[in-house]
Design a protein around this ligand. Structure first.
Ligand code: ATP
Ligand code: MN
Length: 325
């Protein structure tokens, strides 16, 4: 689970050229602007990530004009993500422990963009328990993991900003799911339309295996269609073998998507040796989409070694700044 607000240490503080009232702080792998001399290096604070919606109450009143939402901003040329408060923002008696999740304690929730009507569909039930939900952790909180996997061969795909879609076949039953729910077949629903358009039920049946295809549905009517694609398109980013309870390796993913003639998210590098450096991964994420001229949302990095599913994302900071996220 993502910790939107947690107790963290100020790792470093550095001056911002031309600014004397503010300075740059590093918390986890995030950089943000703080008031000068408000914090000391190594001091614990409450760090609140972007995408947080803060409650409408006193210590957060100054964020009213920004609808209490924490977004990526640029101040004096410095990208700033998240916000730091002194520990005194916590209710009295809170146990102070580095890394502790204080999201619920502070009444913070995540900002979620509204789901378009054409995708919401009719709910059949919760997301199947035999398939993992799609999710990617941000590289900024993964410093230790980067150290652990440094030098390992990875593949990098472009992250597409759409809506997660899972299509599965299990014991002859074909199912279609949005990010969090399974949906009843319905000709008006975008996920089901795509399933039929790509003939996924017969394609999966031709394999004779219990399997889930996971990918991103993007295009018109979805998340502002930032890449200005025609109609809607689906791009596979993962395959899950249900009976073996494991994800397909890179080679299996390529082979199966070829065999079934399925579109894949763009592969940007298929032999990237992982650098244990958050900033260089963020730099890699700062790019244009290969599908269109617009800014890419970012990249997803996966360790190739079979038998392991180590996967995370680096979001393009220019994308976040441009779209006010
Ligand atoms: P956060 O975890 O940062 O709070 P979130 O859970 O809404 O945000 P997203 O930013 O949507 O997550 O990132 C994860 C999603 O990215 C996955 O669920 C998947 O649907 C989507 N995605 C798009 N492109 C890819 C890709 N190339 N590889 C893997 N996932 C991708
Ligand atoms: Mn997530």
């Amino acid at each position: 689970m993502r910790k939107l607000a947690s107790i963290q240490r100020i790792r470093s503080l550095a001056p911002i050229p031309g600014a004397d009232a503010i300075e740059k702080a590093t918390v986890l792998g995030w950089q943000l602007v703080v008031k000068r001399a408000e914090f000391q290096v190594d001091e614990l604070c409450v760090y609140i990530e972007i995408d947080s919606l803060l409650p409408e109450r006193e210590p957060f009143e100054f964020l009213r004009s920004r609808s209490f939402r924490i977004r990526t901003v640029k101040l004096r040329g410095q990208v700033s993500q998240g916000i730091c408060f002194p520990l005194s923002v916590l209710p009295q008696g809170t146990t102070i422990e580095e890394g502790a999740d204080v999201t619920a304690l502070l009444g913070i929730v995540k900002y979620e963009p509204p789901i378009p009507l054409s995708l919401s569909g009719i709910v059949k039930g919760s997301f199947p328990c035999f398939i993992p939900k799609t999710d990617e952790t941000r590289v900024q909180v993964l410093g230790d993991l980067l150290q652990q996997y440094a030098g390992q061969e990875c593949y990098i795909t472009e992250k597409l900003d759409g809506s997660s879609a899972t299509f599965y076949l299990r014991d002859e039953a074909f199912g279609v799911c949005s990010r969090n729910l399974e949906l009843v077949e319905d000709a008006g629903n975008g996920f089901w339309k795509m399933a039929r358009q790509l003939d996924l039920e017969s394609k999966l049946k031709s394999l004779g295996k219990n399997l889930a295809l996971q990918g991103e549905l993007t295009g018109e009517g979805i998340q502002g269609n930032k890449l200005q694609l025609k109609g809607q398109q689906w791009f596979c980013f993962g395959i899950y073998f249900i009976d073996e309870a494991r994800y397909a390796s890179f080679d299996e993913w390529i082979a199966l998507t070829e065999q079934l003639a399925l579109p894949r998210v763009p592969v940007l590098d298929s032999a990237y040796l992982l650098e244990a450096d958050i900033d260089s991964l963020l730099e890699k994420a700062q790019r244009r989409s290969v599908l269109a001229g617009a800014r890419a949302e970012g990249i997803v990095i996966r360790v190739k070694q079979a038998g392991e599913h180590v996967s995370f994302k680096a979001i393009n900071n220019e994308f976040l700044l441009h779209y006010g996220e």
